[in-house]
Design a protein around this ligand. Sequence first.
Ligand SMILES: Cc1cc2nc3c(=O)[nH]c(=O)nc-3n(C[C@H](O)[C@H](O)[C@H](O)COP(=O)(O)OP(=O)(O)OC[C@H]3O[C@@H](n4cnc5c(N)ncnc54)[C@H](O)[C@@H]3O)c2cc1C
Length: 455
Amino acid sequence: MTNLQAKQASKSGAMPGGAHASVTGDVDSNFSDLHPAYSTLQAMAESNRCLYCYDAPCVTACPTSIDIPSFIRKISTGNPDGAAKTILSANIMGGTCARACPTEVLCEQACVRNVSEDVAVEIGSLQRFAVDHLMARDELPHPFKRAAATGKQIAVVGAGPAGLSCAHRAAMLGHDVTVFEAKAKPGGLNEYGLAAYKMTHDFAQREVEFLLGIGGIRIEYGKALGRDITLGALRDGYDAVFVGVGLGSSNNLGLPGEAFDGVDDAISFIEQLRQTEPKSDMPVGHNVIVIGGGNTAIDAAVQAKRLGADEVTLVYRRGAEHMSATEFEQELAKINGVIVRYWAKPVAIKANGKLIGMEFEKTELRDGKLVGTGETFDIRADQILKAIGQKIKTDDLAGMEISGGKIVVDDKYQTTAPGIFAGGDCIKSGEDLTVQSVEDGKQAAIAIDAFLKSA
Ligand SMILES: Cc1cc2nc3c(=O)[nH]c(=O)nc-3n(C[C@H](O)[C@H](O)[C@H](O)COP(=O)(O)OP(=O)(O)OC[C@H]3O[C@@H](n4cnc5c(N)ncnc54)[C@H](O)[C@@H]3O)c2cc1C
C-alpha cells in the first residue's frame, strides 16, 4: 500500500477504491474536504500514539518549529485550546498549514512511528483539530497580547501568508502595521491558489479575521505596489517596509497560438475555480492537457478532473522521479484518473478555428542534457493549462537586487535597499511552501523589530 493509500484508508476507515475512487458524478461533492476533520475521539486516540520523543525530529522538520510533542500532549489531556495556542505561537497560520502542508515530507516523514509501525502520527490532522477547536470559540479573546506600543509604523506589501504573518508578529511586538494588498481579498494563495478540496468552507477568510483579532493591523485593499504606491513613498512614510508580493507572473511556453481561446495558465484557472460557488458553475474542457511537473500542475489536473473533464492528461518533460510535485500529489493525480505522460515536451498548439490539441516531441537525457528525440505525437484538447513556473513581477522593485527572478535578502530578510525587508515566495531562498512563507514573515518581523530598536 502506498503512503497516500495508507493515509486515505486510515482516515476513511476503508480500503482505497479503484483508480477513479475520488471522482464522483456530483461536481460539488468532489470539492469537499480531502481529509475530513477528526472527531474528538479520533483526536484523543491518535494523540496517544505520540511518543513525545526527547529530541523530537518532527519539530526540526517543521519550518516554523512548532513544539509538536507539547501540542499533541495537550490534546491527549483534553486541552485542545492550549494545544492550539502552542501551535499558533510558532505559526499563526497553523490552520492552513494543517490542511495544505506536505506533511509526508516534513513533520510526518520525521516521525519515529514510521520506524516502529510504518505509519506516522497524523500530526497535520491533530494540528487541524486543535486550531479549528480554538477558532470556533468566538467567545475567547485573541490568544496573543500586544506588547506596549512602540509608536513605530510598518508597511507590509501583500496580504499573503508571508505578509500577514509578518504583520501579526510585528503587531504583537507593539508596532502599528498597514498592509497594502492589490486584490480585493486577503490571504494570497491561501484564498486564490490552494486546491479547493484542501481549503473548504471559506477557511482562508476566517483565518485572516482570526489573525487580525490581535489589533493594530489595517489592510488597504486594491492598492498595488507599482500602480498605486511606490517603494520610495512607503520608505519615506513608514519606519520599515516588508515586501511579500509572492510570484505574480506565470511563465509562457513560447509557442505560437498561446493567446488562443482555451489556452490559459493553471494559476488563473485555479483562481477562477476558487472564487466560483457552487463549483459546478465553473466551466471546464472535455479534453484537458496540463503542462508541468510541480504541485500547481497536479492541482490543476486533479481539479479539472473533479470538475467533470472527460480526459485530463498531464505532460511532463522528464521522468516521475524528477517531478517537483511530491509523491503524495503524484499519486493523488493518478487515483483521480489523471493520465500522466512523462518524457515529452510541447512543440505546437493545434487549432482549426478553435483549439483542437497539442503536438509533443518525446524527450530523453543525453549526456545529462534534456533533448528531443525527433519522435512526435498529438493529444487532442479543447483546454490547455500551463503550469511551468512563475516569476516575480518586477514593477517598482527599484533599489533591490533581483537574482534568478527573485529578491535577494540576507539572513535577516533585509534586501539590498536599506529598511526594506522581504520574505515568502518572492525571495531567493524561498521554498514555495505556505509554511515557509509564514516562517519568513515571522522572522522578518523579529528582524525589523531589532532594526527599529537599533536605529
Ligand atoms: C496553485 C498553487 C498551489 C499550491 N499549493 C500548495 C500546497 O498545497 N501547500 C503548500 O504548502 N504550498 C502550496 N503552494 C505554495 C504557497 O501557496 C505559497 O508558497 C505561499 O502562498 C506564498 O506566500 P506569499 O505570501 O509569499 O505569496 P502569495 O500567497 O502569492 O501572496 C502574495 C500577496 O501579495 C499580493 N500582491 C502581489 N503583488 C502585489 C503588489 N504589486 N502590490 C500589492 N500586493 C501585491 C497578492 O495579491 C497576494 O495577496 C501552492 C502554490 C500554488 C501557486
